[in-house]
Design a protein around this ligand. Structure first.
Ligand code: NAD
Ligand code: IPM
Ligand code: MN
Length: 352
């Protein structure tokens, strides 16, 4: 079983170190771990945020564990050289179109939610975010208008096959949960969203056991804080999914807690090839201070064990260890506590 670790920038290496300790403690047989440069650090060392060696390493692995990328020093670079292009490049080059972003309450943490505890208690939502299309990957640029004004543009588009394949992932996910799927779009304004909605309705015919409803994204943002317990599975496009998942993290308690899996169609000997990462970024404001919460990173490792390595039992052990640490009151700075990155790693390892 080959795992490629790509720690990246900012807090990436700090949180990856804790996930690595957990992986080592599991002591799984036949595990080969490699490490590669990605993001701003890769640009500084190799002149590109996604060097060919890193992409090749990811391709050869059964799974990729990804920390975070993003470096304020690089914000002025041409877009194709910016750290964020590495993550977009990996997602598209590896065909990882289905992003699973679960947000579930942790016992004892209801008081840390940005919502009232009685509202937060009910959160158990899986956001299925399309990851290879939308305004992220359309033609973009800067141009001058006829009268000489600067104009930036990004084309938003979805082809029906792109929508259909994420629809199937979402319907199947709903079948394995409570059987309710909310498709989030902006069909009252956008043609991409009208096609999205049409294809969702067409696909629903294959899943009579799933109840499909539609919601506009502005309403979904509101409903997510009003009554997040109403949602089972949400399926949405790349941009809306990006925004709603950060919002969902604060319903649970912190962005330092939410993990994700990016999956495609490729099967390995043990499961589905995928890339796993916290939903948060490189957090330059706290990088190097030992204050980052590594739980999202550790929970991403759990998702890796489940989906790519077929190690459900190990995945559940890791998730239970994180839940135990939280129940024991081991709270990071992001949760109003004082536990540092390493101390949280210690607590998770002890519980494991
Ligand atoms: P961010 O998620 O990095 O940080 C937002 C806020 O949350 C910050 O105050 C940060 O300190 C806090 N935070 C994030 N993760 C935390 C953790 N594990 N523990 C404690 N606090 C945490 O978002 P941003 O500030 O908008 O972006 C910073 C950089 O990261 C940018 O360059 C951005 O492009 C990049 N980014 C990368 C990814 C990724 O690699 N997947 C995701 C989002 C943003
Ligand atoms: C995420 C991030 C990325 C995204 C950025 C860094 C390209 O915000 O993984 O949520 O927008 O997908
Ligand atoms: Mn994001």
């Amino acid at each position: 079983m080959k795992i490629a670790l790509l720690a990246g920038d900012g807090i990436g290496p700090e949180i990856m170190a804790q996930a690595r300790r957990v992986l080592d403690a599991l002591d799984l047989p036949d595990m080969v771990v490699t490490e590669g440069d990605v993001g701003g650090i890769a640009y500084k060392r190799h002149g590109h945020p996604l060097p060919p060696e890193t992409l090749a390493m990811a391709r050869e692995a059964d799974a990729v564990l990804f920390g975070a990328v993003g470096d304020p020093d690089c914000d002025g670079l041409e877009r194709h050289l910016r750290p964020e292009q590495a993550i977009l490049g990996l997602r598209s080059e590896l065909g990882l179109f289905a992003n699973l972003r679960p947000a579930t309450t942790f016992a004892g943490l209801e008081g840390m939610s940005a919502l009232r505890p009685e509202i937060a208690r009910a959160i158990d939502v899986l956001i299925v975010r399309e990851l290879n299309g939308d305004v992220y990957f359309g033609e973009k640029g800067m141009r001058a208008t006829d009268d000489g004004r600067r104009e930036g543009y990004d084309i938003m588009s979805y082809a029906e096959d792109e929508v259909r394949r994420i629809a199937h992932v979402a319907f199947r996910a709903a079948q394995g949960r409570k059987g309710r799927l909310t498709s989030v779009d902006k069909a009252n304004v956008l043609e991409t969203s009208q096609l999205w909605r049409d294809v969702m309705v067409e696909t629903a015919a294959d899943y009579p056991d799933v109840e499909l409803t539609h919601m506009y994204v502005d309403n979904a943002a509101m409903q997510l804080v009003k009554n997040p317990g109403q949602f089972d599975v949400i399926v949405t496009g790349n941009l809306f999914g990006d925004i709603l998942s950060d919002q969902a993290s604060m319903c649970v308690g912190s962005i330092g807690l939410l993990a994700s899996a990016a999956l495609g169609e490729r099967q390995t000997d043990f499961g589905t090839f995928g890339m796993y990462e916290p939903i948060h970024g490189s957090a330059p404001d706290i990088a190097g201070q030992g204050r980052a919460n590594p739980m999202a990173m550790i929970l991403s490792l759990a998702m890796l064990l489940r989906h790519s390595l077929g190690r459900e039992e190990a995945a559940e052990r890791v998730e239970a260890a994180v839940a135990t640490a939280l129940e024991d009151g081991v709270l990071g700075h992001d949760l109003g506590g004082s536990a540092g990155t390493e101390a949280i790693g210690d607590a998770v390892l002890a519980a494991l």
